[in-house]
Design a protein around this ligand. Sequence first.
Ligand code: PMP
Length: 361
Amino acid sequence: MTRPIYNFAAGPAMLPAPVLRQAQAELRDWQGRGLSVLEMPFTGEAYGEIERQARADLRRLLKIPQDYRILFMQGGASAQFALVPLNLLGRDGRADYIDTGHWSRKAITEGRHHCRLRVAASGAGQGYDGLPDPDAWRLDPRAGYCHITHNETADGLQFHHIPDTGAVPLVADMTSDLLSRPLDICRFGLVYAAAQKNIGPAGLTLVIVRDHLLRPARPGTPGLFDYRSLADNRGRLNTPPTYAVYLAGLVFRWLLDQGGLAAMAVRNRRQSERLYAAIDASDGYECPVRPADRSQMNHCFRLTDPAREADFLRKAEVCGLLNLGGHPARGGIRASLYNAMPDAGVEALIDYMAAFVDGQV
Ligand code: PMP
């Protein structure tokens, strides 16, 4: 019998096995139309059907009200670091950012080129071992929005409560936790996410934005990245990432079949608690993040003897546990448990961790 392989990559990440099987089965001929989704004109009826269904299923999954628009974009979450201020703020617009780790710092660095940006709170002083207490954020009531990174993929932190920013719209980078649990989207003005974690393949970026925040993008913004024209033209300003939209659509269907996001939340929480409990109970491992702020997606931890980490990672690969290395900027170990990870993968990892500490592998 071949040993199962589990992929703990932070992204592009594991996709649900039934989704890959379906994509494989219909790769050359989509639903008897005689052509592959890869070959379809985006203006045609078949692709139109795929896209309409994907939008409808996403709306259903996240219970997105009609006054929110769904944009299928490209350029990754990194492009949104610039496009959010260019689209939501006029010239000299102000925005508050909360600095919680690697990805919020990236958003801040790019955002500074495009708006009067203020860091309203930062976890840097504590080495990003937790989220800055929302009660201590110094929010500017004149800010056009307040930006948070809802799940810090590299540092292993996640918001478990939506912060209250009053009348200032909340904008969230949800690249690594959108669709992992139900979300009260009405608490947000805009949410964006690159697809390559819980949504689908790289190449697609979702933007979900409240209608009334849409205004003409700042002059000089490439027309292709103007949220309002994208919304008005159903994302058809140029060729959309058609195959990525199709695959994301299959993931949305799979999620609905699994019982939707409430079912995902139960599974993700169970798996995450199992893994953190194993880390905390062992003398061989330690997680630097405060328990209340730990990510249920990206479990970042270290060996108490960091000199053994390379050996841990090498032997894990031999055991079929792939891509457990931490983000290059942070090092250590990172186990990403997205929606597609089966319980058996988590159990295999926990068994391996115990065996490694006991010197049995
Ligand atoms: N934000 C977060 C939270 C991420 O995890 C990532 C990618 N790992 C990005 C932004 C950047 O995404 P992309 O590479 O698609 O630009």
